[in-house]
Design a protein around this ligand. Structure first.
Ligand code: ATP
Ligand code: MG
Length: 669
């Protein structure tokens, strides 16, 4: 007996991804573009981010190794989401791919190479508040008399330096164009910047801008490194290119090299960060800058129903400075127009939004699929209250961020100091928590500390308590000081730095719980936050990595919550700026009143200011997939002036009324 048996060919060689089916013609062309420089410029919701994601998949599918790809995105979360998508498409070890915001990539480069810049490996990253503290110290020690004339406060100095860094302009240029009233003290401002720079190296600290400026400096000053990274990053990809600043475009250029492979995607109509130094000419002049670059357009919008898209297109057409785009809807119409909803008051507006959210939920829309978008953070206050009253869960992506809260930063400063024992700002913050120790004692203690060997040694071998206990502290602080010293001992045991959760536990049990209970009314809530912080930290074994992550999360980048928080089913509350790149089934754009959106100051400024506000409006409305509500209160109650009559935003009144459906809401409010 013989059995007939057929052996079939393995099917694994067939491509996993059907690129043609999942992309339109224009997207497909960009995704499969030959190496070289490529620009994709297209309107909102046309699949630019999707194109970039598929491009990464395509490269990997064609044998490019993950570590040869550098993917720069607007938030770290966006990068993670894109890579999750890629992993689902191509089975590769995605961890080896470099991706994230410019700041997080800069951080990574610097961690490997900071010695070349005179920094140590364990440098701290300062947030805005730390930076302000350090600048204050620098000003106070500089001997400059700031009392007699108008002089920028530390915070403003920080802004001025930051603007200079991000625009690559000189201080005289920045002062002349943006801060003419500080003209008389320009020399002092210049001197202080040098002192600040020296101080940062001395204390082994970098501010956010350093993550970029120092990375660029590193690459420029070290041709061997530049060559190495250029060779490594065979393919560089950038999302949201319209909002890069000069420094970022220089960074991209350095890493790509004149003949390298670069793909950038963006939309000039969504350039909304010029106030922070972003320069839309980076994308507008891309073709001139890279003469061999190929340009791609995408002219179909996949995100929004035609009714929403019609409104967005009509609005942006009012801007003079733009590349005209013809964006057509891929989706079918629903027949319902975006709603224009005037309400009696701010609280009626909050009531309306909350009620509609509950109704939509009944119709089957998840909370996750709804967002409330506003121009300024304070516009969300009444809505937050009303959502809370009605038990509607929400997450908020602006305002005081989780990692910027005092108690989180207090705990972090112990860890930062343990890792970087020259970190003056963290030391000062830490010792000032001790009752009885104020600025004067703290400064003395810092000076005493800097004389110890441990402050200068790369590795801490002895015990903190041996060095700290003998120092002189005010009498009433003595017991707490000792306790504090023993707590630090637990952070580095026999020269080995403890893990992040161990550190948090020691700090909390040793000193912080007691401090917190005495100091804060809502100690319990804060304790829970620290619990959450500890949970989050448990995924890191290296405290340095954890601290970098913490700083990056609280920084200029917009991700600000641990991931678990992000995944919760909750309505999103966000500023328009931070909504960039995202999409929801339903969007409530609130406070759509003139003076609120556009912001009154922008209107006074110039046409350019108004055009940027209109782009921001365009970003706002193009976040909506299915439903869009534009609401505003007719009366705005103010404590001092009483009720003020509000007019609808000029971005609404300038539109053809046919594009909107007006809702007349009768309220019991
Ligand atoms: P933005 O300008 O807001 O950043 P974008 O151009 O990056 O938008 P994406 O976010 O990539 O657009 O895409 C918008 C939506 O359209 C997403 O939900 C995406 O999955 C979907 N989409 C894009 N292209 C296609 C396509 N060819 N087929 C089906 N869906 C698509
Ligand atoms: Mg996008």
């Amino acid at each position: 007996m013989a059995r007939e048996y057929t052996l079939h060919q393995s099917t694994s060689s067939t491509p996993r991804i059907d690129y043609r089916a999942e992309l339109n013609e224009q997207q497909y062309a960009a995704v499969t573009a030959p190496p070289g420089q490529t620009l994709v410029i297209a309107g909102a919701g046309s699949g630019k981010t999707r194109t970039l994601t598929y491009r990464v998949a395509w490269l990997l599918d064609n044998g490019v190794l993950p570590e040869q790809i550098l993917l720069l995105t607007f938030t770290n979360k966006a990068a993670r989401e894109m890579l999750d998508r890629v992993t689902a498409l191509v089975p590769v070890d995605i961890q080896r791919l470099w991706s994230g915001t410019f700041h997080s990539i800069g951080n990574k480069l610097l961690r490997w190479n900071s010695e070349r810049l005179g920094y140590r490996k364990g440098f701290s990253i300062m947030d805005r508040e730390d930076q302000k503290d350090l600048l204050e110290t620098v000003v106070n020690n500089s001997g400059i008399d700031t009392s007699g004339f108008r002089f920028p406060k530390a915070e403003v100095l920080g802004d001025i330096y930051s603007m200079a860094n991000n625009t690559c302009l000189s201080l005289p240029e920045i002062i002349a164009s943006r801060y003419p009233y500080f003209d008389k003290v320009l020399d002092h401002i210049i001197t202080l910047r040098k002192l600040y720079q020296t101080k940062k190296v001395e204390t082994n600290c970098m501010d956010f801008d350093d993550l970029l400026t120092q990375s660029v400096a590193l690459l420029k000053e070290n041709p061997d490194l530049l060559e190495r990274y250029r060779q490594q990053f065979e393919f560089v990809l950038v999302d949201e290119y319209q909002d890069t600043n000069s420094l970022q475009s220089e960074f991209v250029e350095l890493l790509t090299g004149a003949d390298g492979n670069l793909m950038v995607v963006g939309d000039d109509a969504q350039s909304i960060y010029s106030w922070r130094g972003a320069d839309v000419t980076n994308i507008l002049n891309f073709a001139e800058h890279w003469p061999r670059a190929r340009s791609h357009k995408i002219e179909v919008n996949y995100r929004s129903v035609p009714e929403v898209l019609a409104l967005a297109n009509a609005s942006i057409a009012n801007n003079r400075a733009q590349i005209r785009k013809n964006l057509l809807p891929a989706r079918e119409g629903k027949g319902t127009l975006p709603a224009l909803v005037p309400l009696d008051s701010g609280s009626a507006q909050a009531g309306f939004v909350s009620q509609r959210i509950l109704e939509l939920m009944d119709e089957g829309v998840d909370f996750n699929e709804m967002a409330v978008i506003y121009r300024a953070h304070f516009h969300s206050m009444e809505i937050q209250m009303e959502l809370t009253n009605r038990g509607i869960p929400f997450k908020i992506t602006s305002g005081l961020r989780f990692f910027e809260q005092a108690h989180v930063k207090d705990v972090a400063c112990f860890m930062k100091f343990a890792v970087n024992r020259r970190d003056e700002v963290s030391f000062m913050r830490m010792v000032k928590l001790i009752p009885g120790i104020g600025s004067t004692s703290a400064t003395k203690l810092w000076n005493a500390w800097m004389k110890t060997d441990a402050a200068n040694a790369e590795v801490m071998t002895g015990k903190f308590s041996d060095l700290l206990l003998p120092m002189s502290v005010p009498k009433k602080a003595k017991a707490s000081w000792d306790q504090f010293a023993y707590t630090l001992d637990e952070l580095i045991v026999d020269g080995k730095i403890s893990t992040p959760p161990e550190m948090i536990r020691s700090i909390f049990d040793g000193v912080y719980q007691e401090y917190m209970q005495a100091k804060f009314k809502n100690a319990e809530q804060r304790e829970q936050d620290l619990e959450q912080l500890s949970n989050y930290s448990s995924r890191f074994t290296d405290p340095l990595e954890f601290l970098s992550q913490l700083s990056l999360l609280s920084g200029v980048d917009t991700d600000n919550k641990p991931d678990q928080e992000e995944e919760r089913d909750a309505v999103t509350l966000t500023t328009a700026h931070q909504a960039k790149g995202l999409e929801w089934h339903t969007v409530f754009a609130v406070w759509m009143a003139d003076g609120m959106f556009p912001h009154a100051r922008a209107v006074e400024e110039s046409d350019l200011g108004l055009e940027e506000e209109r782009r921001l409006f365009y970003v706002t409305v193009t976040r909506a997939k299915d439903e869009l509500y534009l609401t505003y209160p007719v009366l705005n109650h103010q404590a001092r002036d009483g009720d003020i009559l509000m007019k609808p935003s000029r971005f609404i009144t300038e539109l053809d009324p046919e594009l909107l459906e007006k809702w007349n809401v009768r309220s019991g409010w």
